[in-house]
Design a protein around this ligand. Structure first.
Ligand code: HEC
Length: 130
C-alpha cells in the first residue's frame, strides 16, 4: 500500500515536472518568434531606402515590442516592461517623424533598450532571471 502510494507520488511529480517543461518551452518559442521579428524589423529600418519602407518595418518592430512588453508584464518584471515600451515608443516616434532622416534619428538610440534588457534577462537564445 505504502509502496504504491509512493509510486503514485513519483508518477505525479514526473507528470507535473514535464508539463511545466513543455509550458516553458512553448513560452520561450512564442517569445523567440516576437524577438526575432522585432530584431529583424529593427535592422530593416536602418536599411530602409524610403519613408514608406521604414514605416512598414518600424510598425512591425513596435508591434512585436508590444508583445514582448505584455510578456514581461505578465511576469511582473517592470524593468523589462520599461525597456520594451521604450523600444516600441521609439519606433512609433520614427513612424510619426516627417522625414526618413528624422525617423532614423528617432530610432538611433534604441540599442540601449536592447542591451539593458539583454543584460538582465537574456542568456543567448534563452531566458535568464525569470
Ligand atoms: C524587454 C527585454 C528585451 C528587449 C527590450 C530586447 N530583447 Fe532581445 N532578447 C530578450 C531575451 C529575453 C532574449 C532571449 C530569448 C530569445 O532568444 O528570444 C532575447 C534574444 C534576442 C535575440 C536572439 C533571438 C534568437 O532566439 O535567435 C536577438 C537577435 C535579439 N534579442 C535582438 C534584440 C534587439 C536588436 C533588440 C532591440 C532593438 C532587443 N533584442 C531588445 C529580451 C529583450
Amino acid at each position: 500500500m505504502l509502496d504504491s502510494m509512493r509510486k503514485a507520488t513519483i508518477l505525479i511529480s514526473i507528470l507535473a515536472f514535464s508539463a511545466f517543461g513543455l509550458f516553458a518551452q512553448d513560452e520561450l518559442a512564442t517569445f523567440q518568434t516576437a524577438m526575432k521579428a522585432a530584431a529583424g524589423a529593427n535592422g530593416a529600418t536602418r536599411q530602409a531606402a524610403d519613408k514608406a519602407a521604414f514605416d512598414a518595418k518600424a510598425k512591425e518592430a513596435s508591434e512585436n515590442f508590444d508583445k514582448i512588453s505584455a510578456f514581461f508584464k505578465a511576469k511582473g518584471k517592470d524593468d523589462a516592461v520599461k525597456f520594451s515600451m521604450a523600444a516600441s515608443d521609439a519606433f512609433k516616434a520614427g513612424v510619426a517623424a516627417g522625414s526618413l532622416d528624422d525617423a532614423k534619428a528617432a530610432v538611433s538610440k534604441v540599442g540601449a533598450n536592447c542591451q539593458g534588457c539583454h543584460a538582465v534577462y537574456r542568456d543567448g537564445n534563452k531566458f535568464k532571471g525569470l
